[in-house]
Design a protein around this ligand. Structure first.
Ligand SMILES: NC(=O)c1ccc[n+]([C@@H]2O[C@H](COP(=O)([O-])OP(=O)(O)OC[C@H]3O[C@@H](n4cnc5c(N)ncnc54)[C@H](O)[C@@H]3O)[C@@H](O)[C@H]2O)c1
Ligand SMILES: [Fe+2]
Length: 390
């Protein structure tokens, strides 16, 4: 038995206006200084105050949130007695808000110990709305959070069904101004979610449906959104694709791509979407070796973008290469070297990269087992940009 868990999703131009229909209370807005300075919170605060809400705005979120930042947000929620938490920002803001929500309701919970099986008993104090300003993580739809340990810098991800927000508001006006590099990287994160959701060990028919549509949308609309930032239709399609990617992996799992991605973010400090997008083709090449079942799944994804090759291994390789071609179109790096990592920094960080990858929970969801030696080898290929042949 399993559940498909999703927030109520409000989408389309001016979807934000729907907030005006909610009954009022104490709204605690979580954002970061960039999103705040861009003025993206203004319409939200105006709408809420006009409808009689008391509003507090906390704009101290940081990229790749740490436990200590999350605790600060939770404490501010407590002081304000929030009964509605509204996150407006990228995945880092939404994860900060979701994690702080846990600690606001239950201050003694250890965030890393959160798991899918034990109830969290959320919603005794507040409900949660997420408004993404990037089109990538899908965190507005997911039961996952990704948080960084203050001492080690290691990113860990945990999940629980109750963490899926009550509402996700997908309004393209909030992603219109997203810079080109972030448009590219967050779009690749969405693609990684769709592909991993389709191929992880907990895949199911519901997550499959979300993934198949997301892959089609991303190949069609990501280059367009990158080249035409003001095209609201392209922006909206990418928001929907990211949300579908989030729904997919949230209701199945992510796997090896994210174990690498979290570790690269922790050790080399590269953007999450850039990291997972970079790793994705290498993991496809690794997963299909001696694994016909995996190759068939990648072939089904490949068919979504018009690859008609009947041999599943060849179709998977073509799919991996089409991902690399997409990266070229949107100027995303295809190797750690191309991302600006020096050989010295790579070699200095390699042991920690391997250690964090082996510790990452998502590794257990991968279709093909991987040894520590193979993780090391895959990192060296990823550094050089060499296709995987083992
Ligand atoms: N919980 C989940 O389900 C989930 C899924 C995938 C990734 N993540 C996590 O999400 C984080 C990445 O999130 P992200 O890729 O959205 O980036 P982000 O939230 O870290 O933001 C990156 C930068 O973009 C800025 N930004 C956000 N919106 C903007 C806009 N509209 N215009 C201009 N700048 C804007 C931010 O201020 C920040 O400086 C990582 O920590 C990753 O691990 C979580
Ligand atoms: Fe991701």
């Amino acid at each position: 038995m399993w559940w498909f868990i999703s927030p109520k999703i409000i989408f389309g131009e001016d979807a934000i206006e729907e907030l005006g229909e909610f009954s009022s209370g104490n709204a605690f807005i979580v954002t970061d200084p960039v999103v705040y300075k861009l003025g993206l919170t203004e319409k939200l605060t105006q709408l809420l105050t006009a409808r009689g809400w008391s509003v507090a705005l906390w704009d101290c979120a940081e990229p790749d949130p740490t436990v200590s930042i999350v605790k600060q947000a939770a404490s501010a929620m407590d002081t304000f007695c929030a009964d509605m938490i509204i996150a407006i920002g990228g995945g880092s803001v939404m994860d900060t808000a979701k994690a702080a929500w846990i600690l606001y309701e239950h201050p003694d919970i250890d965030l890393e110990a959160v798991n899918p099986l034990e109830p969290l008993h959320l919603r005794q104090k507040a409900r949660m709305i997420c408004i993404p300003t990037t089109a990538g993580t899908g965190s507005e739809a997911t039961r996952a959070i990704v948080i960084r340990d203050d001492e080690t810098g290691r990113k860990f991800s945990t999940s629980n069904g109750e963490l899926a927000p009550d509402y996700a508001i997908l309004d393209p006006q909030f992603v219109k101004g997203l810079p080109k590099d972030l448009t590219a990287y967050t779009g690749l994160d969405a693609l990684s979610h769709a592909v991993e959701g389709y191929t992880s060990l907990w895949k199911n028919d519901f997550s499959d449906g979300c993934s198949l549509k997301a892959v089609r949308l991303i190949f069609e609309w990501l280059p367009h959104s990158y080249n035409n930032p003001d095209d609201l239709e392209a922006r909206e399609k990418m928001l929907i694709a990211a949300n579908l990617g989030g729904l997919s992996f949230s209701n199945s799992q992510v796997a090896l791509v994210h174990s690498f991605g979290h570790s690269i973010g922790s050790v080399l400090k590269l953007h999450h979407g850039m990291s997972v997008g970079m790793v994705l083709p290498y993991v496809i090449e690794f997963n299909i070796k001696g694994n016909e079942d995996s190759a068939k799944l990648y072939q089904e994804l490949a068919q979504q973008i018009g690859i008609s090759e009947s041999d599943s291994t060849k179709a998977s390789i073509e799919f991996a290469n089409r991902i690399r071609a997409l990266q070229d179109k949107i100027h995303a790096p295809k190797s750690l070297k191309a991302a600006g990592i020096s050989k010295k920094d790579f070699e200095n960080g390699l042991d920690e990269l391997i250690e964090f990858t082996m510790m990452d929970a998502s590794i257990t969801m991968n279709a093909r087992d991987i040894s520590q030696e193979e993780v090391k080898k895959l990192y060296t290929y990823l550094f050089e940009g060499k296709s995987v042949d083992f």
